[in-house]
Write a protein that binds this ligand. Sequence first.
Ligand SMILES: [Zn+2]
Length: 131
Amino acid sequence: MPGWKISTEFSISAAHVINNYDGPCGRMHGHNYIIRIEAKSDRLHSSQYCPNPVMVADYRTLKWAKKDVTKGGLDHCILNEVMPPEYETTAEMIAQYIYDKTKAMLPDNISLTIAISESPNAWAYYGDDYC
Ligand SMILES: [Zn+2]
């Protein structure tokens, strides 16, 4: 079935520590994370900013995490203090957290993939098409 896919990429700076990790990741440190979000749908939607059904999803909605932590995003935060404790701050679970929060903002028929990189050579993915 034909449909649309959009993607957007942004970065945030954040600190974290991985609990019970025996090594440098177990000490507080920071990353300039790159986050890529893909959204797919076979129909177009309105958004909170536009009443016309002309987009898969509004980039402004998809990019909520780019906002400063004081404005509801994840930029310049300590991830361990912002993410609920059921999420560890591995790239895998940051992707899952962003997926869960973003999914709750969107209509049901949009499938999402979140990719996140904390270093130039490694990416973690979480989304609707991985299992
Ligand atoms: Zn790290």
